[in-house]
Ligand binder design. Structure first.
Ligand SMILES: Nc1ncnc2c1ncn2[C@@H]1O[C@H](COP(=O)(O)OP(=O)(O)OP(=O)(O)O)[C@@H](O)[C@H]1O
Ligand SMILES: [Mg+2]
Length: 276
C-alpha cells in the first residue's frame, strides 16, 4: 500500500484561513535565530507557548505544550473557552506568541506566517468558516491546492476515495451539503496540500453521533497512511478512545497529558471532563 497523503517534497499552497498573508507574530524575538533541531523529538512541537490576541490582549494560553509524534493521533480536549482553538492557532502561526516556540520536523518555524507553515507541511482545518460555501465541492478542493504547480488530480482522487460522497456531489455548491459532508470538504481541502501533519479543530462539530463515528473512522484511515493528526474535540470521550495521546487544556494551561487510554481511566479526568 502506498501512503497517499505523504509527500516527498512540499507544496506552495496558501491557506484559506488567512488570505491576507499576515501572521500576527511580532518581529524581533524569533527573527533570524532558529533553534537548532532536537534529534528524536516529536514531529510537531509547540513548546511552552504563551500568548493571546492582538498586541496587548491578555494571555489566553500559558506555558502550553502540545506535541504530535509521527504516525499518531493527538487530541486536545477541555471546556469551552479553555483555549483549544487558540493553541491550534498558535501552532499554525495565527497568534502573537510571547513565549515558547513551534518546531516542525526539528526546524524552528516560530517566525513563519501561516502560509509559510502550509508550505512546510501543515494542513489546518479551522473550527469555523472552513469551506467556501458558494463554490462547488470540486472548486473547494482545487482551492486547497491552487498554488501547487504539479498535477493535483491524483490527490483529488485520493480525497474522493476517502470521502466517496464528495465525488457524487462534486459539482454541487458546498454550502448545500449537510454538516458532516461539509466537514469532509474541509478535511479534503486540507489534504489537497499533501500535508505532513493534519490539524483539525472540531471536525465533528454539530454532526450526529453516527456521522461523528464515520468521520473518526476516516480520520483514523488518514492517520494510518502515516500522516500525523492533531485534533481538537468536543466529544472528549470518543476522541480519547481513538487518540494515541491526549491533552486536557484548562484555562489555557496543560491540565492533564497522557495516552488516550490513561486519560480515559484517570478518575480526576473522568469526573471533571468526561461526565464521571
Ligand atoms: N479572535 C479573538 N480575539 C480575542 N479573544 C479571543 C479570540 N478568539 C478567542 N478569544 C478568547 O480566547 C479564549 C479561548 O478561546 P478559544 O476559542 O481558544 O477556546 P476553545 O477552547 O477553542 O473553546 P470552544 O470549545 O468553545 O471552541 C476565550 O476567552 C475567547 O473569548
Ligand atoms: Mg474552539
Amino acid at each position: 500500500m502506498s501512503k497517499p497523503f505523504e509527500q516527498e517534497g512540499y507544496n506552495r499552497d496558501a491557506s484559506i484561513v488567512n488570505p491576507g498573508g499576515q501572521g500576527e507574530l511580532a518581529a524581533g524575538k524569533y527573527s533570524g535565530h532558529p533553534r537548532p533541531s532536537q534529534p528524536g523529538e516529536p514531529f510537531l512541537v509547540g513548546e511552552a507557548m504563551t500568548g493571546g490576541y492582538g498586541k496587548h490582549g491578555p494571555d489566553i494560553i500559558t506555558d502550553c505544550t502540545i506535541t504530535v509524534d509521527r504516525g499518531e493521533i493527538a487530541v486536545i480536549v477541555g471546556p469551552n473557552g479553555a483555549g483549544k482553538s487558540t493553541a491550534m492557532r498558535a501552532l499554525f502561526g495565527m497568534l502573537n506568541l510571547r513565549e515558547g516556540d513551534v518546531r516542525l520536523d526539528g526546524e524552528d518555524i516560530s517566525a513563519l506566517s501561516p502560509q509559510a507553515r502550509v508550505v512546510k507541511g501543515m494542513g489546518f482545518v479551522p473550527q469555523t468558516h472552513n469551506i467556501f460555501t458558494s463554490m462547488t465541492v470540486e472548486e473547494n478542493l482545487e482551492m486547497g491546492a491552487f498554488i501547487r504547480k504539479d498535477d493535483i488530480r491524483e490527490t483529488m482522487e485520493q480525497v474522493y476515495d476517502l470521502f466517496p460522497i464528495l465525488k457524487d456531489k462534486r459539482s454541487q455548491a458546498a454550502g448545500e451539503l449537510s454538516g458532516g459532508q461539509r466537514q469532509q470538504v474541509a478535511v479534503g481541502r486540507a489534504l489537497m496540500t499533501r500535508p505532513k501533519v493534519l490539524m483539525l479543530d472540531e471536525p465533528t462539530a454539530g454532526v450526529s453521533p453516527i456521522v461523528m463515528d464515520e468521520l473518526f473512522d476516516r480520520i483514523i484511515e488518514v492517520a494510518r497512511t502515516g500522516l500525523p493528526v492533531l485534533m481538537v474535540e468536543q466529544n472528549a470521550r470518543q476522541a480519547l478512545e481513538i487518540a494515541d495521546k491526549g491533552y486536557v487544556l484548562v484555562q489555557g494551561q496543560n491540565a492533564h497529558t497522557g495516552s488516550g487510554k490513561a486519560l480515559l481511566a484517570d478518575p480526576e479526568v473522568r469526573a471533571s471532563f468526561l461526565g464521571g
